[in-house]
Design a protein around this ligand. Sequence first.
Ligand SMILES: C[S@@+](CC[C@H](N)C(=O)[O-])C[C@H]1O[C@@H](n2cnc3c(N)ncnc32)[C@H](O)[C@@H]1O
Length: 266
Amino acid sequence: MPEPTQSWNALRSFMASTCGVALADDQSYLMEARLSPVAKTLNYRSVDEYVLEAVRPGAPTRVTAPLIDAMTTHETYWFRDAPFWKALQDQVIPRLGLTEPGSNRNFTIWLAACSTGQEVYSLTMFLEENFPPLHQRTTIIATDVSEAAVQQAKAGVYTVFEANRGLSAPRLVKHFERAGANFKVKEHLRRKVTFVTHNLVTQAPPGIGFDLVLMRNVLIYFPEATRRAVVQRAMGVMKPNGLLGIGATELLTLPSLSPGWYPKSA
Ligand SMILES: C[S@@+](CC[C@H](N)C(=O)[O-])C[C@H]1O[C@@H](n2cnc3c(N)ncnc32)[C@H](O)[C@@H]1O
């Protein structure tokens, strides 16, 4: 039977090298708490045995993907952080010059670390409600390292509990249909978004020429050097007047437009 410390150390270096996620010394309880149901489902005798198998070089995706799904934190909710949406409306979109009369340029957005989709569907609702002609010309690619999160986001189906976290009743009525006991985002909003499983740390950005890149509440999990590299790569695929949106508490040492919003810098 492997030593628990051996599997904990192996898990930490795997999460750091594959996802950039730094697990702290005092977080070892997460291994048992999050991976024990996964190990059981995949028929391993213990969490330690599962971890050592999953972190093995060349381990198949059906073994590694559930570990990454379980060890990443997917906390998210609708219209998270009101000042972000206010700045988007009052400062960011006007600055992009896409809403001027006669403008027919497309609006292209990369929303990274989309988790289970609440943020990206908030964005499509926001655009449809506030900038209808621009919404028509918008394309969004939404990405996350967690395959399970991306699958739920793509399906656009939410429990009553999930729907209640930040959605007003009028928005629920307007933008969702019933799916049994759950709520499903209407098809015309789902159609706006292409979902892709993508790792911010180990993969190149999924496109170029973005007006906006959003990567909110993910940089906090990365060490400083990784954070800097990820931000630099994102800036590199933005249009010259593009903007990067990150969580309001994830400060960068760059000039900002308003908390969490950064114009492209060289
Ligand atoms: C706390 S959630 C944030 C969700 C959403 N952006 C929000 O602000 O509500 C963080 C997400 O980052 C994803 N993540 C963690 N490491 C990643 C990586 N290396 N590449 C891409 N996504 C990653 C996780 O899977 C998780 O869904």
